[in-house]
Write a protein that binds this ligand. Structure first.
Ligand code: FAD
Length: 457
């Protein structure tokens, strides 16, 4: 028989201190609803351990009381994986904020999983290094959350996703054992690579407590161009030249007209380039010398259009980048969107985007679709507002179309609870069974994030 919640609470209080166990509904509320407002549920309590050993003790206490856990970092995830569903205990990583001295020879640093992307970046920049991952929720999203979701963002074209930034990991298993290594050896062939296993595991296999991060140079010269192109197809036509000729290419962000007009309205600005383009690209080059001339040369050659704004100083670049950074917030100001984050092979991206637009228009004629994404990875963020009762049908038909055309139902946000239903269609029954076996061996009592990522058998 399970002991009463009070016993669990008292044991947790004795482990982490009474102020770090939140039972009051008002105190818990911020942890129980996701960033979009779409996913929410009541928790049993919130516990905020301050060290890896406290995390291990918390997990052991929860296991002894048969209390399932939802791990939460910055709560900026967009697929509902970090909020409770069934009175779980929320383990918040907010106090796991160690920031070790940067190892400049190895170009690595060890940080706690609760450190935000912005804090890790600032820490690295203090010694002229940088974090390779960047996206708009950087002030709240944590390193642990970014690893758990294998986050992407704007610089994937140059440095890869979060998976590529992890040189070592420390984590607590469902039985309370601490595993992993933070030595960060670049060459280490001694069996399965634990960081790879935990990247994208969305809190279902272990609680990540610290990460050894690879760092990259902090480039002091960045040029940012906003380019308007007639269509998404024209933007894709530009891609080979950008990749081939811009050695310091750092990012290519895509805003479709719906996203550009919404964000301009939200920021009360006019679009910096005077056209009604069919697609907008924010292109960045970053290096150790001035990037302006090279970027302009390539654009003049391959995208000879008046619809270009280029900035190199921080203020002017910031004015261009805020257009991309504020799209998600602008959408949320309009209402709770249906969010789909998909990736498609570049060869079918333009046609599939048109087909998805037509599909959503047919299924929910009164809805508004706002598209943006990361062009080089074929990553589209499809946000539908006012879809009404068509939400489920839109999700199903769009994801089936994406799978049929060789795409991915999640490019960077993860599966969470939003997309478990389509995992078998995407990965096949045999592969999902293998993932279930892995989960069962590491977490036989379904303690960690039950219901997330893997569909019920
Ligand atoms: C404005 C905005 C812009 C965004 N832009 C991008 C983008 O460009 N690219 C992108 O990839 N994402 C983007 N996101 C999504 C989100 O920020 C990322 O998924 C981020 O990595 C989540 O980090 P978090 O700390 O907030 O995690 P949470 O939301 O707290 O959790 C996300 C998942 O990770 C698990 N988790 C969290 N911490 C741990 C841990 N220590 N150990 C084990 N599991 C853990 C949770 O259980 C949950 O399943 C954006 C979100 C917003 C709100």
């Amino acid at each position: 028989m399970s002991p009463s919640p009070d016993v669990l609470c008292r044991e947790l209080q004795a482990t982490v201190g009474p102020t770090h166990v939140l039972v009051d509904p008002d105190m818990r509320a911020g942890y129980e609803t996701d960033w979009t407002g779409r996913f929410h549920g009541a928790s049993r309590l919130v516990v905020r351990p301050g060290t890896t050993h406290e995390v291990a003790a918390v997990v052991r206490i929860c296991a002894a009381h048969n209390a399932a856990i939802v791990t939460q970092g910055g709560n900026t995830g967009l697929v509902g994986g970090g909020v409770p569903r069934n009175h779980e205990v929320i383990v918040s990583t907010a106090r796991l904020t160690r920031c070790d001295a940067v190892d400049t020879a190895a170009s690595q640093v060890t940080v706690g999983s609760g450190v935000t992307l912005a804090a890790a970046r600032n820490h690295a920049r203090a010694v002229a290094l940088d974090l390779a991952i960047d996206f708009a929720s950087r002030d709240s999203a944590t390193i642990g959350g970014a690893v758990a979701t294998n986050a992407g963002g704007s610089r994937v074209i140059r440095f890869g996703t979060m998976r590529a930034q992890v040189a070592g990991i420390e984590a607590v298993l469902a039985n309370g054992e601490i595993i992993g290594s933070l030595s960060g050896l670049p060459k280490e062939t001694i069996g399965l690579h634990l960081p790879s296993l935990l990247c994208g595991s969305e809190g279902t296999l272990a609680i990540i407590t610290a990460v050894r991060l690879k760092l990259v140079p902090w480039y002091r010269h960045t040029a940012t161009a906003l380019v308007g192109l007639p269509s998404l197809a024209a933007a894709l036509d530009l891609l080979p030249a950008l990749r081939r000729e811009l050695a310091q290419l750092d990012s290519i962000e895509l805003l479709m007209p719906s996203a550009m007009s919404l964000v301009c309205e939200h920021l009360q600005r006019t679009c910096p380039i005077p056209v009604d383009a069919g697609a907008y690209l924010l292109i960045e080059c970053a290096g150790n010398s001035d990037q302006h001339d090279e970027l302009m040369r390539v654009l003049a050659l391959h995208a000879p259009t008046n619809a270009t704004a280029v900035a190199t100083d921080e203020t002017a670049r910031g004015r261009l980048l805020e257009l991309r950074d504020n799209v998600t917030t602008a959408i949320n100001h309009r209402g709770v969107p249906l969010k789909l984050d998909v990736a498609l092979p570049l060869g079918v991206l333009s046609q599939t985007t048109a087909d998805i637009e037509a599909l959503i228009n047919r299924l929910a004629p009164k809805s508004t679709l706002i598209n943006f994404g990361h062009l080089a990875e074929g990553n589209l963020h499809l946000n539908t507002l006012n879809a009404g009762s068509a939400d489920a049908t839109i999700t199903d038909q769009v994801l089936q179309m994406v799978i049929a055309r060789g795409g991915a139902i999640s490019a960077e946000h993860g599966i969470g609870i939003a997309k478990t239903h389509w995992l078998v269609a995407q990965r096949g029954a045999a592969e999902v069974d293998a993932l279930r076996s892995l989960k069962a061996s590491l977490d036989p009592h379904k303690m960690l994030n039950p219901g997330v990522l893997l569909p019920e058998a």
